[in-house]
Ligand binder design. Structure first.
Ligand SMILES: Nc1nc2c(ncn2[C@@H]2O[C@H](COP(=O)(O)OP(=O)(O)OP(=O)(O)O)[C@@H](O)[C@H]2O)c(=O)[nH]1
Ligand SMILES: [Mg+2]
Length: 205
């Protein structure tokens, strides 16, 4: 699977379009894998690391960088579409904006036929928070298959990482739509990126 995954991401990756609302979604004609998670957790950075392109998805120190659903096509002929999404739980944005993002993300996640897997990113420094549980509960209820991915693993000690992986796995086991295995990643250090590619390749085959 690692080799198949390497091949999948060795080909071209191209930005397709941004959808600020559901009526702008592209035709659902390719399997999709979406990146969800709190603002600033590292969704856009991990998408870049996964595709090996530094500046494909825009990243920023300031939470709330990604404001639309951004679609990226992978492979020639294209085999996969990655979806970078706005973050949730961003308290500083105006309430109307937060609400708009939440509806956009939730409606997309619940209603998309071609969505094969959602990657729910969790900051390894904090573990699963109540704002994360809200979205996990929504995914469980809608039976949308997802996988928990820890980000920014370079920011904590290996022993701390072990603890948060174990705690996250324990919670994942109790959630019906969650994949039981937890991936620990660092976009900065490149950790877990090959494994994540394999997980993505596996979810579309
Ligand atoms: N140390 C470290 N920093 C990271 C890592 N991943 C992301 N960051 C930093 O975290 C910040 C947020 O990253 P983004 O990828 O923009 O986060 P996002 O989840 O897309 O954020 P929104 O689009 O605002 O929801 C940036 O300053 C990144 O450089 C990582 O693995 N390690
Ligand atoms: Mg982003």
């Amino acid at each position: 699977m690692l080799e198949a995954a390497r091949k999948l991401f060795a080909g071209p990756v191209a930005f397709l379009k941004s959808a600020p609302a559901l009526q702008f979604l592209p035709d659902a004609d390719v399997p999709e894998v979406a990146f969800a998670g709190r603002s600033n957790v590292g969704k856009s950075s991990l998408l870049n690391a996964l595709t090996g392109r530094n500046a494909l998805a825009r990243t920023s120190n300031t939470p709330g960088r990604t404001q639309e659903l951004n679609f990226f096509d992978v492979g020639e002929p294209r085999q996969l579409r990655l979806v970078d999404m706005p973050g949730y739980g961003f308290a500083k944005a105006p309430p109307a904006v937060v609400k708009k993002w939440r509806f956009l993300v939730n409606d997309y996640l619940r209603g998309r036929q071609e969505l094969k897997r959602t990657l729910v990113l969790i900051d390894a420094r904090h573990g699963i928070k109540d704002v994360d549980r809200d979205i996990l509960g929504m995914l469980d209820k809608a039976a949308v298959s997802y996988r928990l991915v820890l980000t920014k693993a370079d920011k904590i000690k290996p022993t701390e990482l072990e603890t948060v992986v174990a705690q996250t796995a324990e919670e994942a086991r109790k959630r019906p739509a969650a994949h039981p295995d937890i991936l620990a990643t660092s976009s900065e250090a490149g950790w877990g990126v090959a494994e994540l590619r394999a997980a993505v390749a596996e979810s579309i085959t």
